[in-house]
Design a protein around this ligand. Structure first.
Ligand code: NOJ
Ligand code: CA
Length: 546
């Protein structure tokens, strides 16, 4: 990358799911002090920035995505002063800090929603949300047929007869983005945190802010839904063109501050060109590439999604981003270790099916890391991915906390399996997540097999996933070919990906069932597994110097 290009064009950003990263005060829930204590680890891993899931004051109905006050830190996590200290210490370690902002909805405990409830139907306080009378003779039917992403209807009725909209849990009422108060308030919240030194924001549900003014019913779903998964033409609440005006204003706010700030949109769109609408020189800087995340372990499909991403994002001057896992999806060693992978459909969690071969999934995860980190643009690493953590699929029902579990009538176990606290060290739970002798148990139980996957257990092991990520990140920093730029595909047998970056770098990934003889090269810079007579076994990848 040229030294004048902004940092966010090819940053490696580590996702800190704060509840599960590191618990300093021993209550079993991760906190800001825990993140501060682990900054040396993040520095040695070699990431450029951290994205921290919502840390604001919140009743935690959806683990922080229900924000009661954006200018306060939740006492479980710390204080605004601690957040400021973290930002300063992270900067001193060369790590930028990107909090999460949640503009689509607030908590039902937010002052605005409480005021709206108190003020009653027809009041200006209710205008900041989406309140409507019901349908049917006595208004007992919801205003339309929209569904909550966590299951059940997207409307809840109040004792006074009115209904309010929540695309997520009932504790997360949707804001009315046509209201000037809402726009002004969020611009002010951005400034509040920019003044405290944050380097950007991850924008939750960026594609959901604007609703069709008439709130029409969704068409009945029969067969393949033209509006699914998220987005589609004229969807009444996803990916409406009006959202971009909001983000153009946000960009102006970010540009008021010196240095390069960055936004990354969580925007689920139906087609890559719809995603490109979010990232413009006068709009957001970047967006998550969920098409990449959802692509199965298949050479043809991967090459296609890589090409399309680079072309569509490149056409608007935006860098691509790459992501394999996050706090909402099944961890990728568990996805790649299964045959059948169901794609995301509206209101259903992305879930692989069939028996699990974790050894296979982990081998593929190692190769997938080398592929992802060799691609032009930025990359995201979800905490624990660098340890090779699998999904925890056997959490007992009584510990499940994701609202999806209740709202789906116990048919969908939800996302807790990818949110289990990180193992740092030691022979037994909490594996260094909480201090020794802590009063609180980790908020989700850690499996006994994680003893071998802890940071300490992997630290001295050259063949560990952690060692692979560290080496890859170091090479990515040092090698002039990696990061921002372009790629060229080289001819390779079916099922093999060979991508060249200039100067003199080749990434080869073998997704076929046969060993693949490496092409002529000067040096093997890194391999995801041992190379037998210069051949790449199935599900292996290597970085070569040419
Ligand atoms: C997307 C977040 O990633 C997810 O965790 C959350 O439940 C929803 N948005 C609602 O805010
Ligand atoms: Ca704690």
């Amino acid at each position: 990358m040229s030294s004048t290009a902004p940092w966010w064009r090819d940053a490696v950003i580590y996702q800190v799911y704060i509840r599960s990263f590191a618990d300093a005060n021993g209550d079993g829930i991760g906190d800001i002090a825990g993140i501060r204590s682990r900054l040396p680890y993040l520095k040695s891993l070699g990431v450029d920035a951290i994205w921290i899931n919502p840390w604001y004051k919140s009743p935690q109905a959806d683990h922080g995505y229900d924000v009661a006050d954006f200018r306060e830190i939740d006492p479980r996590f710390g204080t605004v002063e601690e957040a400021e200290a973290l930002i300063e210490e992270a900067h001193a370690a060369g790590i930028r800090v990107i909090p999460d902002i949640v503009p689509n909805h607030v908590s039902d405990q937010h002052v605005w929603f409480r005021a709206a409830l108190a003020a009653g139907p027809g009041s200006p306080e209710r205008d900041r949300f989406i309140f409507r009378p019901g349908r049917g003779a006595d208004g007992a039917e919801p205003p339309n047929n929209w569904k909550s992403c966590f299951g059940g209807p997207a409307w809840t009725r109040l004792p006074d007869g009115q209904w309010y909209l929540h695309l997520f849990a009932p504790e997360q009422p949707d804001l009315n983005w046509e209201h000037p108060d809402v726009r002004a308030e969020f611009e002010d919240i951005l400034r509040f945190w920019f003044r405290r030194g944050v380097d950007g924001f991850r924008i939750d549900v960026a594609h959901g802010l604007i609703k069709h003014p008439e709130l029409p019913d969704l068409p009945a779903r029969e067969g393949p839904d033209p509006l699914a998964p998220h987005g589609g033409l004229d969807h009444p609440h996803w990916d409406r063109d009006g959202v971009h005006e909001v983000f153009r204003a946000w960009r102006r706010v970010a540009d008021e501050f010196p240095g390069d700030r960055k936004f990354v949109a969580e925007a689920w769109t139906q087609a890559p060109d719809r995603l490109a609408n979010y990232v413009r020189p006068d709009g957001l800087h970047t967006a998550f590439n969920f098409d990449y995340l959802m692509t199965p372990w298949d050479a043809k499909e991967l090459r296609e999604v890589i090409d399309t991403s680079l072309a569509t994002l490149g056409s608007v001057g935006a860098p691509a981003t790459w992501v394999l896992s996050n706090h909402d999806v099944v961890r990728h060693p568990s996805r790649f270790g299964r045959k059948v992978v169901k794609k995301w459909v509206a209101n259903e969690v992305y879930r692989p099916e069939g028996p699990l071969d974790l050894e296979l999934g982990t081998r593929r995860a190692r190769a997938a890391a080398l592929l992802m980190l060799s691609l032009p643009g930025g990359a995201y690493i979800y905490q624990g991915e660098e340890l090779g953590l699998p999904e925890v699929e056997d959490l007992p029902e009584e510990v499940l906390q994701d609202p999806t579990w209740e709202r789906s009538g116990h048919t969908d176990r939800g996302r807790d399996g990818c949110r289990v606290p990180i193992p740092w060290s030691g022979e037994r739970a909490p594996y260094g997540f909480s201090p020794d002798g802590a009063a609180g148990e980790p908020w989700l139980p850690q499996p006994p097999e994680w003893r071998e996957l802890s940071v300490a257990a992997q630290e001295g092991d050259e063949d560990s996933m952690l060692a692979l990520y560290r080496r890859a990140l170091r090479l990515r920093r040092d090698h002039p070919a990696l990061g921002d730029g372009t790629l060229t595909w080289l001819d390779a047998p079916e099922g093999v990906l060979a991508l060249r970056r200039e100067p003199g770098f080749l990434c080869v990934v073998n997704l076929s069932a046969e060993p693949y003889a490496l092409p002529a090269h000067k040096d093997v810079l890194l391999a995801s597994g041992p190379l037998a007579d210069g051949r790449l076994a199935p599900d292996q990848a290597a970085w070569l110097a040419l």
